[in-house]
Design a protein around this ligand. Structure first.
Ligand code: NDP
Length: 444
């Protein structure tokens, strides 16, 4: 049996009931096959893959807090410290009722390769809780964040593990988490990224994942002789990544015609008015359907049908496994020719395979959404040097990083005769640096 197959079977056997983790490992290992085959003896001897699929540490804890009615609530909190081969653990915190160990392990595993691709010295981690921020008051959110940090602070630090936001964790939550960290430790340090500008945050961090997605999309289009100008674009989700992907896509001349949330999607053939989306989502914390009440050219549709809207480019920016094979086929049938993942693993394995086998340009999340973590690493640099860079300086660096990631991904694919297979390219390029660091540091 091949080394890759052996390790995948071991992962499934030893981690039952973790389907999302199995899926992420399968996608990465299968595309690494040509690299592994070339060095199989050495990698087996050093147990490289066995070490790569086993997190260095999983921290799991109880989060007790009191709601506005005075009732005691208990949630499950986690931090997965997956790999510190190339730097301190780095990766977001997710607060969502679906959070469990499988989802955080898949996210942490992906993060290792993504962070490696950025070219910056950051290892991979992920964390969160099965807490649902929806419908909670600010006081309840603060109470939860303070309790979560009261346990987490023991395991993190500016040179050790630096969490950031993810689904359900935006600037409000990062502020409460940071305040509690400072109170517990007495240290004012760059331990969290995505902070507000008044207390050590970086310009552009809020926009970074979405802007970075469009920057790498433009690289991919250019390499194929195409441009974003006047293209009809669908962006799923209406959270942090989706809003700023839509903003940059419009700035660059694209026309965003559909966005969604977990309840349904809006279609506005006249082009979405982003100030209204921002007002609904960032200010009022409302639902996407309200857009259709406010904009006469728009219609609202319940459910997950966003991929049925004909478009040229699709940017899935909501959550994992939101785009299935039937959706991929529908997109292709309607003329969509490029897909770039703003979310982590939004396309299922069979949908990804379909994109790769069709002539659809496809950029996987670990390359396409790396702009967020890259800008977080820039925030870490500013914090440790006590400097604050301008918006344009950080945005320029972000664009440069995304161009560099595209080149690395395209180059790795080419080296293995897999031209235009950016899934393989991203996995290979990310893997090479991590393996190199692991080999140098011995068996740890
Ligand atoms: P937000 O919480 O800001 O927004 C998430 C959006 O996705 C919301 O519109 C939400 O709708 C929707 N959504 C969430 N869960 C589901 C679901 N189960 N089904 C359908 N829609 C859903 O999160 P982010 O924008 O920060 O993150 C989005 C994705 O991008 C995630 O996969 C995340 O891991 C990834 N990512 C984020 C980065 C960042 O910098 N924030 C960096 C790199 C990747 P509703 O409001 O109805 O729940």
């Amino acid at each position: 049996m091949s080394y890759v197959k052996e390790i995948y079977e071991k992962v499934v056997a030893e981690n039952p009931a973790e389907p999302e983790f199995h899926q992420a490992v399968k996608e990465v290992l299968e595309s690494l096959e040509p690299v592994i085959e070339k060095n199989e003896e050495e990698y087996r001897q050093l147990a490289i893959l066995e070490r790569m699929v086993e997190p260095e540490r999983i921290i799991s804890f109880r989060v007790p807090w009191i709601d506005d009615k005075g009732n005691i609530q208990i949630n499950k909190g986690y931090r997965i410290q997956f790999s510190s081969a190339i730097g301190p653990y780095k990766g977001g915190l997710r607060f969502h009722p679906t959070v469990n160990q499988s989802i955080l392990k898949f996210l942490g595993f992906e993060q290792v390769f993504k962070n490696s691709l950025t070219g910056l010295p950051i290892g991979g981690g992920k964390g969160g809780a099965n807490f649902d921020p929806k419908g909670k008051s600010d006081r309840e959110i603060m109470s939860f964040c303070q309790s979560y940090m009261t346990e987490l602070y023991k395991y993190i630090g500016a040179d050790q593990d630096v969490p950031a936001g993810d689904i359900g964790v935006g600037s409000r939550e990062i502020g409460f988490l940071y305040g509690q960290y400072k109170r517990m430790t007495g240290r004012y340090e760059g331990v969290l990224t995505g902070k507000g500008l008044s207390y050590g945050g970086s310009q552009t961090r809020r926009q970074a994942t979405g802007y970075g997605l469009v920057y790498i999309l433009e690289e991919m289009l250019e390499a194929a002789g195409k441009s974003i100008e006047n293209q009809k674009i669908i962006v799923s989700g209406s959270g942090n990544v989706a809003i700023y992907a839509a903003e940059k896509a419009m700035e660059e001349g694209g026309i965003v015609i559909a966005m969604s949330d977990s309840a349904g999607y809006i279609h506005d053939p006249a082009g979405i008015k982003l100030d209204i989306i921002k007002d609904i989502k960032e200010v009022k914390r409302g639902r996407i359907r309200e857009y259709a009440d406010r904009v006469p050219t728009a219609s609202y549709h319940e459910g997950k049908g966003i991929w049925s809207v004909p478009c040229d480019i699709a940017l899935p920016c909501a959550t994992q496994n939101e785009l299935h094979l039937a959706d991929a086929q529908m997109l292709a049938a309607n003329g969509c020719y490029a897909v770039a993942e703003g979310a982590n693993m939004p396309a299922t394995l069979d949908a990804t395979d379909f994109f790769l086998k069709s002539d659809i340009l496809f950029m996987p999340g670990k390359a396409a959404n790396a702009g967020g973590v890259a800008t977080s690493a820039l925030e870490m640099s500013q914090n440790s040097t006590r400097l604050s860079w301008s918006f344009d300086k950080v945005d320029d660096k972000l664009r440069g990083i995304m161009q560099d990631i595209f080149e690395k991904v395209a180059d790795a694919a080419k080296r293995y005769n897999l031209e235009n297979n950016y899934v393989a390219g991203a996995n290979i390029a990310g893997f090479e640096k991590v393996v190199d660091a692991m080999k140098a540091q011995g068996l740890v």
